[in-house]
Design a protein around this ligand. Structure first.
Ligand code: 5GP
Length: 190
């Protein structure tokens, strides 16, 4: 199997990492998104196999037992997310590098596993209040789900300094530009 590089974007949800990752995918044709498996319901216009592999909890737990995940996490109570080994292999075998949008603990786990081959970037929102506003503004989560996301976000902000780089997202276009430079350097193509 071929071995390539991994670019890990982690942050509390609502910090803007998904937008930054999408921007990078447009800029770098040699990057490919690691589609995670999850047991949550699809949201808005999310598509199966493109945004996530939406699978049942039963299927997820079978895959855990068969050791199909490089890492997995019960990110929210009863809701699992995980990176399939087959996903990373598929991308490397296609001569591309993998980019992840993943929670903070999962991101650090991947960094510990792949060390120098991985660049772990923490996207830092301007403040917890801004993060809360962004999450509420999505209008896609119930009040209970939102509360759960707030509590987790607060905890996740404490992990920032364990990452290779902290990318401040006070202004999205500036953050996207900075991310481009970081990735260009890491991949050696700028
Ligand atoms: P959302 O439900 O908003 O799509 O994702 C919730 C959180 O789970 C986000 O922080 C997202 O980055 C994270 N996440 C997505 N895929 C994975 C994964 O494969 N593993 C882990 N550990 N977290 C993930």
């Amino acid at each position: 199997m071929k071995q390539g590089k991994l670019i890990i974007f982690s942050a509390p949800s609502g910090a803007g990492k998904t937008t930054i990752v999408k921007h990078l995918l447009k800029k770098f044709s040699n990057l490919s998104f690691s589609v995670s498996a999850t047991t949550r319901e699809s949201r808005g216009d999310e598509k199966n196999k493109k945004d996530y592999y939406f699978i049942t909890k039963e299927d997820f737990l079978h895959r855990v037992a068969r050791q199909e995940f490089v890492e997995f996490e019960e990110v929210y109570n009863g809701t699992f997310y995980g990176t399939l080994r087959s996903e990373i292999e598929r991308i490397w075998n296609d001569d591309k590098q993998v980019i992840f949008d993943i929670d903070v603990e999962g991101g650090l786990r991947l960094k510990r596993k792949y060390e120098q081959d991985a660049l772990a970037i923490f996207v830092q929102p301007p403040s917890l209040d801004v993060l809360k506003e962004r999450l509420s503004g999505r209008g896609t989560d119930s009040p209970e789900k939102l509360q759960e996301r707030f509590v987790k976000a607060e905890k996740e902000l404490e992990y920032a300094d364990k990452f290779d780089v902290i990318l401040k997202n006070n202004d999205l276009s500036t953050a996207c530009k900075e991310a481009e430079e970081l990735i260009g350097k890491f991949l050696g193509n700028s």
